[in-house]
Write a protein that binds this ligand. Structure first.
Ligand code: FPP
Length: 238
């Protein structure tokens, strides 16, 4: 397995997962609608993705919409779909220009057809890139992902091993996230990448997502770099 890159003495995580929480509260504090928070959140997401790849991170998975989020008021969901319609293609082109392949992970079939087409079209544009990747989790739930994977194995008449199950997840072929960042003051995983994050270092920030800066990302990476990752072994065995 490939090792971690060291940049100026700092060990970079190969894969970062981000739970982008707090858009709504950030907007509310400014007496603005939640949709304004999502708009700012989307801008920030693109900025962070660009910065992460410029630093040398290979994979980033962002949680944009959970299966549970689909129960939100139609007005809020419509605002998110409009954001995708207006900005997703150009924003993702900016990030993918760094040689990054985009994947949309989750079951997007409940989304409006034109939104699904935009997402699939964006994936295709970057499908020739290898080695670096963004996963945008939309209508995603980790339990549903695991059930889907097991059912794929059952349909093939196979039993699963740890390795074969990994290969049936949306993140097949990618290193597991080593650093998971959650903004917005909550300390939970919310059904995000539960299998893949078994050994991830968990970093919780009190900042709301629209105010989580490039410097905050660097601070999280420095924190990660200083962690001793034992994977069940003792210090002496490392
Ligand atoms: C959670 O904050 C955030 C979301 C449910 C949406 C995240 C979306 C973006 C960052 C931008 C959109 C990106 C794409 C690709 C559509 P919250 O709204 O639950 O905030 P709260 O906890 O303060 O209410």
């Amino acid at each position: 397995m490939q090792g971690n890159k060291i940049v100026e003495g700092i060990k970079l995580p190969r894969h970062i997962a981000i739970i982008m929480d707090g858009n709504g509260r950030w907007a509310k504090k400014r007496l603005m609608p939640r949709s304004f928070g999502h708009r700012q959140g989307m801008e920030r997401m693109v900025g962070l993705l660009e910065h992460a790849f410029d630093l040398g991170v290979e994979y980033v998975t962002v949680y944009a919409l959970s299966t549970e989020n689909l129960k939100r008021p139609q007005e809020e969901l419509a605002g998110l779909y409009d954001l995708i319609r207006k900005h997703f293609v150009s924003y993702m082109e900016r990030v993918c220009a760094r040689g990054v392949r985009l994947r949309v992970i989750g079951d997007i079939s409940p989304l409006p057809c034109d939104v699904q087409e935009i997402l699939r079209g964006s994936e295709q544009k970057s499908a020739h890139y290898e080695g670096k990747g963004i996963n945008v989790a939309l209508c995603y739930g980790s339990r549903a992902e695991l059930v889907r994977a097991v059912n794929l194995a059952v349909a093939r008449g196979e039993t699963v091993t740890e390795a074969s199950l990994s290969g049936l997840l949306y993140t097949a072929g990618q290193p597991d996230p080593e650093l998971l960042i959650r903004t917005g003051k909550e300390i939970r995983l919310s059904n995000f990448l539960l299998y893949q994050c078994a050994y991830a270092e968990l970093y919780f920030s009190d900042k709301m997502f629209p105010e989580f800066s490039d410097k905050d990302l660097e601070d999280a990476i420095v924190w990660f770099s200083n962690r001793t990752r034992r994977f069940g072994k003792t210090d002496e065995q490392l």
